[in-house]
Ligand binder design. Structure first.
Ligand code: X8Z
Ligand code: ZN
Length: 605
């Protein structure tokens, strides 16, 4: 056991070192210096690493075996971790007014912002925060929809059915059934908000949301404005897509069910949360421009099982010069849903020892959609490995959007040309099919963007108190309507807690990261295509096999969070701004097509 040298011990030591001739100063602590900061940071480095590994192991076990006991063990480990980090963050704050070199300042700031759920310093309250976090996470992981006849559906079962069912009532039944799971989360969530806000205040932030917004190398308010600016860039494209999709859904289900001047009912878009719409591609496929293949079918035709899908994604990274995943990745990951126990099926990527103990945990389904998610998860793992030589403070992405963007960037290179190259597709469709390809991509990527924004718009307002507990559900649907143009298909009340039906709310994972990732991945893709010498249109570009692009990508990844994200972005793209022009350029031909389709339609809601 290491003895804990706290900062106050350091201060006492330096005060005692003063000679007796300065009597009046002996009782007050010596002013802190850069050297004190350095000593503090060195101590924290080891402590943080040990704490992270210990709690990481407990969280891993809990997520892989959800039981009463593993919940307790995970909560205890989290409590220990939170207590320690809160105390270290408060110590770090003591250097706030000291002028320090940029590196030490950055590490201290990172430490102060390290917790997603900041707990108050009271140990009883920290214990409760940890308990609530474990319980909410477990409720989601264990969640099932059991019908009156006793038949139970897991979220995975419903995800698969909602992708292909075109039966209005069947879809509604599953949509409604899953949202029973989140009702009992409401009171726990409310309690958690109060406690973490108290913790955030102790650390000097207005509330937990304000703390989350402070992680972006710019003033928190500027960051919020930046999001609005970027959303303003994308909104016209989203509106065009929404208009066309609503019209097609009206043709399919009838305009009584899908009124053409109102938001779209949320259960008809092929996804439990209406966050990606690629699964209803068949309903909106442009005439004569269908690329004529479907990745789910290609995978089945070529006997891809779950492991082969992961190997395929790994191969993409190794083709660009990244080292293969370690043997332990294959031994320790979870790839398929176990039949006999509850696991947290929501996909995630881990690096347990902050070196090379990389893993994913995912209940893989054999679909094109999941093939993209595998790329997404491996993007996390290759990022984690690229920065594993940095001090633990910097073992993170430039900002959280970067972490979420890397695997998606690679998945943008899963083009027909690439599928042919790896033997999944016989013939690359000609350019007349590009609108179909772009449509399918937009249904996933453009449809997602407002959803990626609104989840934290809701949470930020909840944390700030602007949304009160008795308005949780109503405010959620107001934001769903405002940003996505989506509506609940049946009346909702405050007995419901629909935000809790989305993993990241009970899981306490900030969501703005995915909004950012959906912008950044197009910037990264464009930059890497340029580096690889691509001559085709951007949506046909694949950087598969480009070691040059891999090298430049790795340079950015290896920076971890050691420098402001603007610098990391410039390293790969030459620009230090997040900007949606790369998105708009990518989809420009589709935008023209949509506007033509919509010309006699009344768009908007
Ligand atoms: O949660 C995820 C990943 C794990 S970080 C699978 N995603 C978001 C979601 O599923 O809601 C990826 C895209 C958005
Ligand atoms: Zn992710």
């Amino acid at each position: 056991m290491k003895t804990k040298l706290t900062l106050s011990a350091l201060m006492v030591a330096s005060a005692l070192a003063l000679t007796g001739c300065q009597q009046e100063k002996v009782s007050s602590p010596a002013p802190l210096t850069e050297k004190d900061a350095e000593q503090f940071l060195t101590k924290v480095e080891t402590e943080l690493l040990n704490l992270n590994v210990e709690s990481g192991q407990a969280q891993w076990i809990y997520a892989n075996f959800i039981t009463h006991d593993t919940a307790n063990l995970a909560a205890q480990a989290n409590q220990k971790f939170t207590e320690a980090v809160v105390s270290l963050a408060n110590e770090a704050a003591k250097f706030d007014s000291l002028e320090l070199n940029a590196d030490n300042r950055r590490k201290l700031d990172i430490l102060k912002l390290a917790l997603t759920l900041p707990a108050p310093q009271d140990p009883v309250k920290t214990a409760r925060v940890s308990e609530l976090a474990a319980e909410l996470d477990g409720m989601y992981g264990k969640g099932k929809y059991c019908k009156d006849d006793g038949q139970c559906l897991s979220l995975g079962d419903m995800t698969a059915k909602m992708a292909t069912s075109r039966d209005y009532n069947e879809l509604l039944d599953m949509w409604q059934g899953w949202r029973e799971v989140s009702k009992p989360m409401r009171d726990l969530y409310k309690e958690q908000v109060v406690l973490t806000n108290e913790g955030a205040k102790e650390l000097g932030y207005a509330d937990t949301g304000a703390m989350w917004r402070s992680k972006y190398d710019m003033p928190a308010d500027d960051f919020a404005k930046e999001l609005d600016r970027i959303w303003g860039q994308v909104k016209p494209l989203y509106d065009s897509l929404h208009c066309h999709v609503r019209a097609k859904l009206g043709e399919k289900y009838g305009t009584d069910k899908v009124p053409q001047d109102k938001p779209i009912p949320a259960h008809l878009l092929g996804n439990m949360w209406a966050q990606t719409w690629g699964n209803i591609y068949d309903l909106v496929a442009p005439e004569n421009a269908d690329p004529g293949y479907d990745v789910t079918e290609l995978l089945a035709d070529h006997n891809y099982d779950e492991i082969k899908m992961v190997k395929g994604a790994e191969k993409f990274f190794t083709s660009m010069g990244f080292a293969p995943l370690p043997e332990t990745f294959w031994e320790r990951s979870l790839f398929t849903k176990p039949r006999d126990r509850d696991v947290q099926c929501h996909a995630s990527a881990w690096n347990i020892d902050f070196k090379d103990d990389l893993r994913i945990k995912m209940c893989i389904q054999r679909t094109g959609e999941e093939f993209a998610v595998i790329h997404h998860e491996l993007g996390h793992n290759f990022y984690q490995r690229a920065y594993n030589n940095l001090p633990v403070f910097y073992q993170d992405s430039a900002n959280d959007g970067f972490h979420e963007a890397i695997g998606d960037t690679i998945a943008l290179s899963v083009t027909p040309g690439y599928l042919k190259e790896i033997g999944l597709l016989d013939k690359v469709p000609d350019e007349s099919k590009d609108i179909g390809l772009l449509m399918r991509m937009a249904l996933d990527k453009i449809a997602f963007i407002p959803f990626g924004l609104l989840v934290d718009q809701w949470r930020w307002k909840v944390f700030s108190g602007e949304i009160k507990p008795e308005q949780y559900n109503q405010a959620w649907w107001e934001l769903r309507e405002k940003y996505q143009g989506i509506t609940a298909p049946i009346a909702r009340t405050e007995a419901d807690f629909d935000p809790g039906a989305k993993y990241h709310v009970p899981g306490n994972v900030p969501y703005t990261r995915y909004f950012l990732a959906h912008i950044l991945q197009f910037q990264f893709h464009k930059a890497m295509c340029d580096i690889s010498g691509n001559k085709e249109s951007i949506h046909r570009c694949s950087v598969y096999g480009s070691e040059e692009a891999g090298k430049r990508l790795n340079e950015m990844l290896a920076m971890g969070s050691s420098r402001p994200w603007q610098e990391a972005l410039a390293k790969l793209t030459g620009s230090n701004e997040m900007d949606a022009n790369a998105v708009l350029d990518y989809f420009a031909p589709l935008k023209a097509y949509l506007d033509e389709q919509n010309k006699d339609r009344q768009c908007g809601w």
